[in-house]
Write a protein that binds this ligand. Structure first.
Ligand code: SF4
Ligand code: SF4
Length: 292
């Protein structure tokens, strides 16, 4: 079983359109939506949930008012300013800021700090018209984390194994933070989608460096290449210098947006133009995966 992750330096690069198209072109695959902060694949494929699983990123502190003597010691020791405290009242923990370090519990003389696992989100296994899909939802105010991405990937790989499918297509988180590291670590191919701009070149440089540190094979494609043929040329050169295969150029095409509005992957919505470019990118990525 192989894992292909589609990543980009930031959101809005067209990563999800490409990941959705690849998942349609590779029907014997599980699709894993690890871009939990901008879960557009959910909108494209209208999944029918088969089951759900609660996700906890860790434990968080909470004050038990009946035990609290209102001494304020916990407020003093918290380095993350997670408490709000009014004189004479038990402090209250803002779980968004609590890092779960446990220092307040150690410091509390009254044993009034409770630690319980926080409910940070849900992971779903769903059926879609293109095949199986694993996706996630964050609880209100929670941030995407590497742990959640790991869980989505784990469930997708398990499902692929039990169904005898040989590929997991991952829509990775954008950027280079913890969720994208979790989207890339250990995958067979990182397909980096770049945009032809100064910031796109910079973003790609950082992604190539990250995947090299992680020991992951990289391949590069440019989206909306005709906006700047010059920058596209620079990206191709940069990919070659980094030892990454250049998979192709995807032209600017209004129908890509129309497809997403119509809740379809571009390759489901139209046949030529950018959809044909995406087919070409997938054919080359597939042959790279086969060669491994
Ligand atoms: S567990 Fe750590 S971060 Fe959370 S409230 Fe206590 S001291 Fe602050
Ligand atoms: S340290 Fe314990 S007793 Fe003191 S204010 Fe905090 S929770 Fe209450």
């Amino acid at each position: 079983m192989k894992e292909l992750t589609v990543v980009s330096g930031k959101g809005g690069t067209g990563k999800t359109s490409l990941a959705a198209s690849i998942s349609v072109l590779a029907p014997d695959s599980v699709l894993a939506d690890c871009d939990v902060d901008a879960a557009d694949l959910y909108l494209v494929f209208d999944p029918r949930r088969l089951d759900s699983e609660e996700f906890s990123g860790g434990s968080k502190a909470a004050v038990v008012p009946d035990l609290c003597t209102c001494c304020g010691r916990c407020v003093e020791v918290c380095r993350f300013d997670a408490f709000t405290h009014e004189s004479g009242e038990p402090p209250v923990v803002d779980r968004t800021f609590c890092e779960g370090c446990g220092v307040c519990r150690l410091a509390c003389p009254a044993g009034a700090i409770d630690f319980s696992a926080s409910l940070d989100g849900w992971v779903y296994r769903s059926e879609t018209r293109r095949g199986p899909m694993v996706h996630a939802e964050l609880a209100l105010g929670r941030e995407n984390s590497g742990k959640l991405v790991n869980l989505v990937r784990k469930r997708a790989a398990q499902w692929a194994g039990s169904k005898g499918l040989d590929l997991v297509v991952i829509d990775g988180s954008p950027g280079i933070g913890c969720p994208v590291i979790a989207s890339l670590t250990g995958v067979d191919l990182a397909l980096m989608l770049a945009e032809p701009s100064v910031s796109g070149v910079h973003d790609l440089q950082r992604l190539l460096s990250l995947s090299s540190q992680l020991g992951v094979e990289s391949a590069v494609a440019v989206n909306r290449w005709d906006i700047s043929p010059e920058m596209t040329g620079r990206i191709e050169d940069m990919a070659r210098e980094a030892g990454a295969e250049f998979l192709g150029r995807i032209r600017y095409d209004d129908r890509v947006t129309e497809a997403i509005v119509a809740r379809k992957a571009p390759v489901e919505h139209f046949g030529e133009g950018a959809a044909e470019d995406m087919r070409q990118v997938w054919r080359r990525a597939e042959s790279l995966l086969r060669r491994q």
